[in-house]
Ligand binder design. Structure first.
Ligand code: MLT
Length: 290
């Protein structure tokens, strides 16, 4: 797409942080995912546009580049459905203990009698952060017959609440009443450690936590204690404070389902993010530099 428009494209499957820092300013536009930090260590150089193919901008120094006159854009719509579907998949995995029972059977154990699942229908989901992904999760949860509570700093439009038959509540109410708590906020100073000991202790002992947003939104030390001491029944994490994570105590915890930040890893989402990112680059580079 970009080559057809006459742009010279350099594609790198992987790049180290050091090398990225050395070369980014040579280009007029860069498209990145989450594996490098994009910071203006060499100033602006030739750069006019940074596109984050995906939603989270926490790996880009947006204000630093904006001050230098570089545009920073993302492709938020492209990954919505993929992350929302993974969230539901993790919710069902927790409810039915699928990973453990599958592992048992692969090891020759028929654990039918140890399968004590619960159903999603009739349960309450608490969705923290009601942007694109949170809303899609709420819609899917509604389709499963769940009661939906949402929490957000801004007032959620009434027509959306009507669509999902849901209620906007404060965080404390959401944590106390939900059987599944799912986090969908961007990472910024106000959301770091949003779910810590205090919040985990408010949750029901039978409830589950799912985080497909950013690792630092959940305090991992507090979560380990919550799982070990039974403050909650279990958790699923697709994202971690450090990626790849090396906290084996957390990763191997029997009450945790860990996945490798794969929320957006679907053919459809990757294609949509790539096409949208290319479109943004073409649009920007077809205009004269500011
Ligand atoms: C995103 O922010 O787009 C998702 O977390 C996916 C990713 O970065 O891999």
């Amino acid at each position: 797409m970009m080559k057809e428009k006459g742009l010279e494209v350099v594609y790198r499957e992987e790049i180290s942080q050091d090398e990225f820092d050395k070369v980014y300013a040579d280009y007029e536009a860069v498209i990145v995912r989450s594996n490098v930090k994009v910071r203006p260590v060499r100033g602006r150089g030739n750069l006019r546009l940074i596109v984050r193919a995906g939603v989270g901008l926490d790996n880009v120094d947006v204000s630093g580049f904006t001050k230098l006159g570089v545009k920073v854009l993302n492709t938020p719509g492209a990954v919505t459905r993929a992350v929302a579907e993974l969230t539901v998949g993790l919710m069902i995995s927790l409810a039915r203990d699928i990973p453990r029972l599958a592992t048992d059977l692969k090891s020759g154990r028929w654990s039918k009698a140890q399968a004590h699942g619960v159903e999603l229908a009739g349960k309450t989901i608490g969705v923290i952060g009601c942007g694109r992904i949170g809303r899609e999760v709420a819609r899917l949860a509604r389709a499963f017959g769940m009661r939906v509570l949402v929490n957000d700093l801004i007032e959620i439009p009434r027509d959306f609440l009507q669509e999902i038959g849901g209620h906007q509540v404060d965080l404390e109410t959401l944590l106390k009443e939900s059987d599944f708590v799912s986090v969908h906020v961007p990472l910024d100073p106000s959301t770091k450690n949003l779910i810590g000991e205090k919040q985990l202790r408010l949750m029901k002992r039978t409830s589950y936590l799912i985080n497909t947003s950013r690792g630092d939104v959940v305090n991992e030390e507090a979560l380990k204690r919550a799982l070990t001491e039974g403050w909650i029944a279990g958790a699923a994490l697709d994202v971690f404070s450090k990626e790849p994570p090396d906290d084996t105590e957390l990763l191997r915890h029997p009450r945790l389902i860990p996945t490798p930040h794969m929320g957006a890893q679907t053919a459809e989402a990757q294609r949509a993010a790539g096409v949208e990112a290319a479109r943004l680059v073409i649009e920007e580079l077809s205009t004269r530099p500011a």
